[in-house]
Design a protein around this ligand. Structure first.
Ligand SMILES: [Zn+2]
Length: 333
């Protein structure tokens, strides 16, 4: 064999070995692929995808929760300090929204409630004052039918059926809030101490009936009421007490006008709400309605309000620590 031939056969041998090696690698790859990679991919898919999603969700939450206080800060007036305090720390606020024995949340589905608020671009909060009443169960049925939650600013009741309706509202995930025991302006605004006793008394009513406490409050007559001045209570002192004791109070920026002297039909009440919401630029609408015995038309107006605003892209939310606090100006005489 010549040198040239030798070299040629050596090259062929190397080439042959290389081809064999390549073939072997290919075979290993083919065998290894379905046996090894696919399950690993499936596993990693199952393992990493939710992680990625939850990271994304957290990131979204952070971004949104830092945006929200800014909105609130710029739009609230007198109670800026409270607003900042209650909206900057998601973890703290969630933990402090404990009630009763420190374990129960109000609303019951707190995390879901704040998620619903965050994911919405335009939020409508239906709030019902002065219940529970003979209409509470009808209202709850309607809310359930449409799969939405609301907020109830309640008064003191002793009737067992009404107490059961209040408990049902909590059990079905709505926000419970304090309004007053008696709704007797002359009595509850007769002094600061009388007002405070009224707040704490209604807190006790809710606690004994449902097992939870609540940090949400609405002044009878609203923060801007003239009854305090008339009967001897400085509402700003009440506001300070609420702030110092961890309460959040809410007025409204949409009035259904179901408590006006004029009696509206159900259709007119629905239009009062719909026109007020859709005719405004804001993103957060707290709607004043009443859950009281004479307010049959309020109940009848609900389906139209809900259907129309849903179709217009609004999301129905319930009050939480993250809700923009709508505050009226204090009455100045
Ligand atoms: Zn009221």
């Amino acid at each position: 064999m010549s040198y040239k031939n030798k070299r040629g056969s050596a090259i062929r041998a190397i080439a042959g070995a290389a081809i064999a090696l390549a073939a072997l690698i290919a075979v290993i790859a083919v065998i290894g692929d379905p046996a090894g990679r696919s399950p690993r991919t499936a596993n990693s898919g199952a393992g990493t995808q939710p992680t990625t999603q939850s990271v994304a969700t957290e990131a979204t939450k952070e971004t949104e929760s830092t945006q929200k206080p800014t909105e609130s800060e710029t739009t609230t007036t007198a109670e800026t300090t409270t607003t900042v305090e209650t909206t900057t720390s998601e973890t703290t606020t969630a933990e402090t929204t404990v009630a009763g024995d420190g374990k129960a949340m109000n609303p019951k589905n707190y995390e879901e409630a704040i998620d619903t608020e965050r994911e919405a671009s335009k939020r409508v909060y239906l709030t019902f004052d002065d219940g529970p009443s003979v209409h509470t169960n009808e209202i709850l049925d309607i809310l359930k039918k449409y799969g939405i939650k609301a907020t109830f600013f309640n008064i003191g009741v002793t009737n067992e059926e009404l107490k059961a309706a209040e408990k049902r509202a909590y059990d079905e995930g709505h926000t419970l809030a304090i309004h007053t025991i008696t709704h007797d302006y002359e009595q509850l605004y007769s002094s600061f101490d009388a007002w405070k006793a009224d707040v704490l008394g209604e807190q006790e009513n809710i606690k004994s009936n449902t097992g939870i406490t609540t940090k949400y409050y609405r002044f009878p007559g609203g923060t801007s009421n003239s009854k305090g001045a008339k009967y001897g209570t400085d509402i700003s002192q009440c506001v300070n007490w609420l702030d110092e004791n961890g309460y959040l109070f809410f007025d409204w920026n949409v009035d259904s006008r179901d408590a006006d002297g004029k009696t509206y039909t159900a259709d007119q009440l629905a239009n009062n709400v719909i026109e007020s919401v859709t005719g405004s630029e804001g993103e957060d609408f707290i709607v004043l309605m009443h859950d009281a015995k004479p307010k049959t038309t309020t109940v009848q107006a609900l389906p139209k309000v809900i259907e129309t605003l849903k179709s217009e892209g609004y999301t129905f939310c319930q009050i939480t620590d993250n809700t923009k606090q709508i505050h009226h100006h204090l009455y100045e005489g």
